[in-house]
Design a binder for this molecule. Structure first.
Ligand SMILES: Cc1ncc(COP(=O)(O)O)c(C=O)c1O
Length: 381
């Protein structure tokens, strides 16, 4: 078995059908979507088809879709764009947000905003009572992710959105990790804005979207030629946008079949963990079907990931996006996990091409590696 990829929350392989749809827009259909001639109109048509495909996957209307360079930009566009339009008030986020929400939110404190964080329970869910109390302050902006990139835990964004709206706040959700894994309906979520990214759903890297209820107005992050209805200037990444659209269409067509298949693989894995003295974080909460975040008693997560890589298996420790740092996961600390236990965290995230044979082989490698590492630790003490 060649190297096995079990890190789909970090990124996914490009679907062949997505690549085929993109290639003509990197070769012969190279027009600028703003040009008035045939080359331009061809590119424009393709961008507008993609807008429809993205909107359809999340129950939005095409005019609500603003294409960006990815999830990071869309999150920044909302947080900074909202702050650019409102008087400094309260910014409420969960303690679990990805750094591309948490950092721009923290930066606003210098501009006079008051930052509050929703507490979470031991399973990684925002505590509804705490949320109500946090929202009792002056209205402002609220951002809570739909599914967490580490634990996979799903938040009750519809309820939080209702509370936020009742308090007069603007509500945003980062749905990057939920897209393509669970059904998403922009209207039912009670949000004003939602972030998406293509590369987590077998699309290309460097393209995403902010889905925006146009009844709120954001100050654009990038100004210039007025692309994307003035919301995001810059010549459109036509091939990337086309790829994102096709990836959304594929996701919509196979979601009903894919989600149970991923859930069965995850269940197979977690059953196998039973004999390994493991903790699964967030296991009691609703989770996206492909993610398992676990720790083996007495074993460091970083070490385990390196050893598993040598054995031919790609998984992540802590948050993939910050795996250069050795700090324990902020998500786990917010869930009340002790730092020592949090340092053991390893994330497995399966994808459309993962097989049960790969899961079984991974479990075997895990048992073998864990046994060896435990022996080494025993010898060292
Ligand atoms: C929850 C979440 N939000 C945002 C992002 C950033 O998206 P992008 O890589 O498209 O900038 C990620 C990527 O890891 C993520 O997991």
């Amino acid at each position: 078995m060649s190297h096995v990829y079990l890190d789909h929350n970090a990124t996914t392989p490009l679907d062949e059908r997505v690549l085929s749809a993109m290639l003509p827009f990197l070769r012969e259909h190279y027009g600028n979507a703003s040009s008035r001639h045939e080359f331009g109109t061809q590119a424009r048509r393709a961008v507008e088809v993609a807008r429809e495909q993205v909107a359809a996957l999340v129950g939005a209307v095409p005019a609500q879709v603003v294409f960006t360079s990815g999830g990071t930009e869309a999150n920044n566009a909302f947080i900074k764009g909202a702050a650019g339009m409102l008087q400094p008030a309260q910014m409420v986020i969960s303690a679990l947000e990805h750094p591309c929400v948490a950092k721009p939110a923290a930066e606003l404190v210098r501009a006079g905003w008051k930052l509050r964080k929703f507490a979470t329970d031991g399973d990684g869910r925002v505590n509804a009572a705490d949320a109500a109390a946090a929202l009792a302050g002056p209205a402002g902006v609220v951002s809570v992710m739909l599914a967490n990139n580490e634990t996979g835990v799903i938040q009750d964004v519809a309820v939080l959105g209702e509370q936020a709206r009742a308090a007069g706040a603007w509500m945003h959700t980062d749905a990057v990790q939920a897209l393509g894994k669970i059904a998403i309906d922009f209207t039912e979520l009670n949000v004003h804005a939602m972030t998406l990214s293509a590369h987590k759903i077998y699309g290309p890297k460097g393209v995403g979207a902010l889905v925006l209820d146009k009844r709120i107005e954001l100050r654009p992050l990038l100004s210039g030629g007025g692309h994307e209805q003035g919301m995001r200037s810059g010549t459109e990444n036509v091939a990337g946008i086309v790829g994102f659209g096709v990836a959304c269409e594929i996701a919509a067509s196979r979601q009903h079949e894919l989600a149970p298949r991923l859930a069965a693989l995850r269940e197979r894995f977690e059953r196998g963990l039973d004999s390994l003295d493991a903790t699964v974080f967030g296991a009691a909460a609703p989770r996206i079907p492909n993610t398992s975040y676990f720790a083996l008693d007495g074993i460091d997560g970083e070490t385990l990931v390196v050893e598993l890589d040598k054995a031919g298996f790609a998984v992540a420790s802590g948050a993939a996006c910050s795996s250069a740092s050795t700090e324990p996961s902020a998500t786990l600390l917010a869930m009340g996990v002790a730092p020592d236990r949090a340092r053991g965290a390893v994330r497995l995230s399966v994808g459309a091409a993962t097989t049960s044979e790969e899961i079984d082989a991974f479990l075997q490698a895990l048992a073998k590696t864990a046994g060896r590492l435990r022996q080494l630790t025993a010898m060292a003490v």
